[in-house]
Design a protein around this ligand. Sequence first.
Ligand SMILES: O=C(O)[C@H](O)[C@H](O)COP(=O)(O)O
Ligand SMILES: [Mg+2]
Length: 307
Amino acid sequence: MAQSQYLTGDASAINAFLDKFDVFLIDCDGVLWSGDHVFDGVAETLEMLRSRGKKTVFVTNNSTKSRPEYHKKFESMGIPSDVEEIFGSAYSSAIYISRILKLPPPQNKVFVLGEAGIENELRTEGIRFIGGTDPSLRRDITPEDWKGIADGSLLDPEVGVVLAGLDWHINYLKLSHAYQYLRRGAIFLATNVDPTFPMNHNFFPGAGSIGAAPLANMTGQKPVALGKPSQAMMDAIEGKFMLNRERTCMIGDRLDTDIKFGIEGKLGGTLAVLTGVSKRADWEAKDAAAVPAFYVDRLSDLRAAER
Ligand SMILES: O=C(O)[C@H](O)[C@H](O)COP(=O)(O)O
Ligand SMILES: [Mg+2]
């Protein structure tokens, strides 16, 4: 079983770690913040990395915000960032649909299960969509819905993709529409399939549990997921930032997304932080999803290198 090196409190080990890499791919939920609470020392740690000539790229599976919306969140939390440094699963999904799938019209519309972040990234890529934050779907199902969904009169024949993400307003009506589109042959995509969502120092239902999993259960199909650990996302990041994978390290709080993403992406290293989902026991377990090369208690422990 691979060993993970503990760095907290060891300035020389942290310096050796930092010297190995030029680029840090940094997860958000559970690493920088928990909901609206920024972990101590995050802004100073990013400043330290940048002052040592390191490039920082923020790679999040959270599809509720677009890159510009995330940039605003960073600013509101006093974390210096550039919108070009942000790479979310909503963006990853939008470029997959527009540049890889490239479905011919008319059947190239997307039915969205998710929030504005997905809609804004689809719009940026010129992709037509329905569903999502449409207020007319935020209600109980009615006899007219049962009839119209069953006979197709309430369905849009131009839908060719169902994209499932983190949806704070999931309900029976939306799931029924999404299910019917999949039954009619629409392509099944997910921004990500994280089962849980770290928020306010606790855990809530994740994107994978509220959208993708119920639909997978109904259809027997597995969605193509475009967030971490998807290597389609890694390839897109490599292309955008011209990564030297050997000199790149993935920092994250979750083994089955962040750490697996770095390992399967053949990056030079992975660093786990213990402020989010995964704990040391998780990667010491026989059936560990992945084992990080290094770990710290919290991101700001890297500042020990300054002293
Ligand atoms: O349910 C989700 O979508 C995830 O828990 C959440 O998005 C994780 O975000 P990340 O840790 O990748 O920033
Ligand atoms: Mg995370």
